[in-house]
Ligand binder design. Structure first.
Ligand code: ZN
Length: 353
């Protein structure tokens, strides 16, 4: 895996690649940005490039160093992450830890790291430490890490990886060079889904849009659930007839499928986005929005989009998108999908009155 195989993130890649070729890697980096946009992949690729046997500033992916770094069995590459996350990734089992696996990175983990850092690297030209989910370090752990950041060990690069870098103590942030990782271009994510998952291009575009530029999230989306797209969206537009019992039945139908609610609601958001777009076109005329056709995610359902736009206009869809976002946020905290969907649909209907 070379730098050029990483999707997007041109600025971060260029900056790291240049520092590496000048032999001036910083001793500590903070990679900040949403989940699933390539932070860890970039960190690992940098470690490979810095230690590749070809030593040409790239990661060949084939030599012993590159392969052992990718397989996490290189003795000088150290991953630090919460116990619960190690189990979630299948890197460890429950039996590896005494007591309930921690969601924090604890001070004991940082002390163990420092113990290892007191020895020289065994074979690496540059040793790498990856602290994944760095914001999970509790304050004691962060304070312990400060010492390492202030007196960095030789030939060692620390990479703190975080989706919430602002949750780290300012003293930690100020001692790291921060690189921002941005959400990926939706078209890039879609291409990748077509290439890697042999996804249908229309479905891939929808998946990418639903994932807001996170390749990780797009890869994890349930494509099967999206195959019900047409059925779900027809059900959604039927709600505009204002039948309460129909709305409750639709909520029950979605909630009956385990885990289907968040994907369905994200789908509804893309639908209302399209309805708002069509309604604005009708209002201002097509020339006001060149390329509008290409922007539609559900262009194949144009007649239904048109009738929705005529019925609810350009502003109501935006209100509904807000309502959908609120519900998705509550579902992350274990709210009941059925109750949340019922309330959502009733609020759609009430606006009609
Ligand atoms: Zn190599």
């Amino acid at each position: 895996m070379s730098f050029s195989n990483i999707l997007g993130q041109e600025r971060a890649r260029a900056s790291l690649s240049a520092a590496l070729s000048r032999g001036q890697l910083h001793h500590a980096y903070l990679f900040g940005g949403p989940e699933g946009v390539g932070k860890e992949l970039t960190a690992r690729t940098l470690a490979q490039a810095a230690n590749c046997e070809r030593d040409d500033g790239e990661a060949c992916g084939k030599c012993s160093a590159c392969r052992r770094i990718a397989g996490r069995n290189h003795p000088d590459m150290i991953w630090v992450l919460p116990e619960a996350e190690q189990i979630a990734r299948g890197w460890a089992g429950r039996a590896d830890f005494s007591g309930t696996p921690s969601r924090d990175i604890r001070i004991a983990q940082i002390r163990a790291l420092q113990e290892r850092l007191s020895f020289r690297p065994l074979e690496a030209r540059t040793r790498f430490i990856f602290i994944c989910g760095a914001e999970a370090m509790n304050p004691q752990a962060q304070n312990a890490l400060l010492k390492t950041l202030e007196e960095p060990p030789p030939a060692t690069v620390l990479i703190l990886i975080s989706a919430a870098p602002n949750q780290l103590l300012p003293t930690i942030r100020s001692r790291c060079l921060k690189l921002d990782f941005l959400p990926l271009d939706v078209a890039l994510v879609a291409q990748k889904l077509v290439a890697d998952k042999k996804a249908d291009p229309d479905l891939a575009r929808l998946c990418a849009a639903l994932s807001f530029g996170s390749l990780g999230a797009a890869m994890a989306l349930d494509m099967k659930a999206l195959e019900k797209r047409r059925e779900r969206l027809e059900g959604l537009t039927r709600l505009d007839a204002g039948d309460v019992s129909d709305a409750l039945a639709f909520a029950e139908e979605i909630a009956a499928e385990k885990g289907a609610a968040p994907t369905a609601i994200a789908l509804f958001e893309t639908w209302y986005r399209d309805v708002a777009l069509i309604a604005s076109l009708d209002q201002f005329g097509a020339p006001a929005l060149p390329n509008a056709e290409r922007l539609l995610l559900h262009g194949d359902m144009r007649p239904l989009l048109e009738s929705s736009a005529i019925r609810i206009g350009a502003v109501e869809p935006l209100r509904r998108i807000d309502l959908c976002r609120g519900v998705r946020a509550r579902l992350r905290f274990n709210a009941s999908p059925r109750l949340q969907l019922e309330q959502l649909f009733l609020r759609f209907i009430r606006s009609e009155a």
